[in-house]
Design a protein around this ligand. Structure first.
Ligand code: G3I
Ligand code: 9MR
Ligand code: ZN
Length: 541
């Protein structure tokens, strides 16, 4: 699959805004090229690629063709001197509208516990799943309602921390770019008032409430079967017993953070719901203060599903404190955030494991008034320094993204989108447009301007992911995968058998296989989609 695209001309297959910069990337020798109208074959632009970069992550000599002068909306391809052709792309005023809708709709497809039906689900419907009560590990007599929320990924587990990251990205997208979500009412619950993005997040928040231990306020780390089901098992056929794994500090911190955020954001739409979120956040915070030293989560005996282990919980605690402070203005949380900020965890990471960046955003996005001026300045400068580093790295990269060779890890596309998110926050904080231009380059990579010429979003682009490690897409007998899903992307660690057998010795950015067996490069997750929603929202305002 990947080989045939190498040496090709790659573009953002979702297209380019009419007024902006338009670059295509070429591998191989410098060449003349032409842009042709996809329908008529007429040549509309001719150019010559510029100086090349020996690009380490992709292992290729990469040239750039700049056709920014072409601004006429239409559908085009680029043709090289030897007749090779790029995928089709459009030039349009708002080329990413459908993409953003599709990336958000993916969360509807991830829904658990409800039937996805014809009108809303198209060819990709299925029956309601995972409706049984779950057993709390260590308390076999305790059964709890476990239904709802989103499946995590290509598997059907539901994990509190990763769920909180996904919701946080979506809520931040709404908070920063509400215009991008205006007038979209396409869900079964749409009422013309609450925007779809908030309705969709409520699905996951409603499930997260069920993950909070009664009494203590601690949050169960995850809810899964003992083992992953087979790859072609549809959700409603996955009927093995469900287990609540024990409470963890990371899950509890993430829960407090996202509930505090939700309390603020739902307030204008549904006061009672907002109050419930805040109460849940406060009780989670109480659990954290009562449990200052907690070992990191590890899978209990007999459970082999995703661990999401994380030894360090000060970042999740920091997020919780900072977000509770932002929402309530209560000095108790401010004091805690200031103390936690002194600890040496990453302050600008939007991980699933490193959540400190959300705390930093909570602190900065409320504005300076009422904050500690020195902490505010430190976080602001640190954020801009980090964004500056990403900018410099992107300028040196053949494909203009910020990933170094060692950053092509499991879920590298999350880093691509998280870094773009950080750049956009830097734009928001500083007003500097160069950060946004760099973020857009990251979107271009995700949508096909990469060494493999593949769009990593299913259903978007002429050469997009066709065989994700996603159980419904494998099991549903529909040729096309569920659309709008972001695949993990290249992982140089070759963490599954398929890639170990097929991709030995490949450069980092080529360590990807569009094959359903490659769970380490071609799985999909809610928290790889969510930062992509944030990024596309910025370019749809
Ligand atoms: O952080 C280190 C980095 O310092 C090091 O240089 C690099 C070298 O490989 O590794 C980095 O750690 C990686 C870690 O993810 C960081 O995110 C590990 O190698 C890598 O194995 C680990 O992968 C995680 C994977 O589960 C295996 O645990 C993915 O992030 C995580 O997204 C993935 O999550 C799975 C769930 O378990 C189950 N559901 C599906 C989901 C997606 O595949
Ligand atoms: O299918 C599983 C996927 O959802 C997980 O992210 C991945 C990593 O934990 O594991 C996959 O399951 C594989 C298992 O780990 C090893 N045997 C093959 C399974 C895939 O069919
Ligand atoms: Zn389900």
């Amino acid at each position: 699959m990947s080989e045939q695209h190498l040496g090709a001309i790659t573009v953002n297959q979702a297209g380019y805004p009419s007024s902006g910069e338009k670059l295509a990337k070429f591998t191989g020798e410098t060449s003349r090229y032409q842009v042709i109208d996809a329908a008529t074959g007429n040549v509309v632009f001719t150019g010559q690629t510029g100086i090349y970069v020996e690009d380490k992550p992709s292992g290729c000599r990469v040239h750039t063709g700049d056709f920014s002068a072409l601004t006429l909306p239409g559908k085009y391809r680029i043709e090289g001197a030897a007749g090779e052709r790029s995928a089709a792309f459009v030039i349009a005023d708002k080329p990413y509208y459908e993409l953003q809708q599709g990336l958000l709709k993916a969360f509807y497809y991830y829904r658990c516990g409800t039937q996805l039906d014809g009108d809303y689900a198209g060819a990709w419907g299925h029956k309601a799943c995972h409706l049984a009560e779950g057993t709390v590990i260590g308390q076999p007599e305790l059964k709890r309602d476990s239904s709802g929320g989103w499946h995590d990924a290509g598997d059907y587990g539901k994990y509190s921390g990763p769920g909180a990251k996904a919701v946080a990205d979506l809520l931040l997208a709404w908070e920063l770019y509400p215009a991008a979500f205006a007038g979209v009412h396409t869900l079964p619950e749409s009422d013309g008032v609450m925007p779809d993005i908030l309705l969709e997040c409520r699905v996951e928040l409603d499930w997260l409430f069920k993950m909070q231990e009664t009494g203590s306020g601690g949050v169960y780390h995850k809810l899964t079967t003992q083992h992953f089901p087979g790859l072609d098992v549809m959700p409603e056929e996955d009927t093995a017993e469900l287990y609540f794994s024990p409470v963890s500090a990371t899950a509890t911190g993430d829960f407090a953070g996202v509930m505090a955020m939700a309390a603020r954001i739902y307030q204008p739409f549904d006061e009672a719901y907002a109050a419930r979120c805040l109460e849940a956040a406060r009780t989670a915070w109480s659990w954290l203060t009562a449990h200052p030293h907690v070992p990191g989560f590890t899978n209990p005996p007999g459970i082999t599903t995703g661990e999401y282990g994380d030894e360090v919980d000060s970042d999740e605690r920091f997020w919780a404190a900072a977000e509770l402070f932002r929402t309530t203005g209560d000095e108790q949380f401010h004091g805690a955030a200031r103390e936690l900020a002194k600890l040496p965890f990453p302050k600008y990471s939007l991980g699933w494991g490193d959540m400190g960046g959300y705390g930093t955003l909570a602190y900065l996005l409320q504005g300076e008034a009422g904050t500690d001026p020195s902490l505010y300045a430190e976080l602001r400068e640190g954020l801009l320094a980090e964004a500056g580093r990403l900018l410099r790295q992107s300028r040196e990269d053949g494909y203009r993204i910020s990933l170094l060779e060692e950053d092509y890890i499991w879920g590298s596309n999350m880093l691509v989108m998280n870094n773009a998110m950080l750049l956009l926050i830097a734009e928001h904080v500083s007003g500097e447009p160069e950060y946004a231009a760099c973020a857009l380059d990251h979107l271009h990579y995700l949508l096909g301007r990469n060494v493999l010429g593949i769009s990593y979003v299913s259903g978007f682009g002429e050469h997009s992911v066709m065989h994700p490690h996603h159980r419904p897409s494998v099991g549903d007998h529909v040729l096309d995968p569920v659309p709008g899903l972001v695949a993990g992307g290249p992982d140089r660690g070759l963490h599954d058998e398929y890639v170990r057998e097929h991709l030995q010795g490949k450069p980092a950015a080529q360590c990807y296989a569009d094959h359903e067996d490659s769970y380490s490069t071609n799985e999909v997750t809610i928290y790889w989609n969510s930062p992509a929603v944030f990024v596309t929202a910025r370019f749809n305002c």
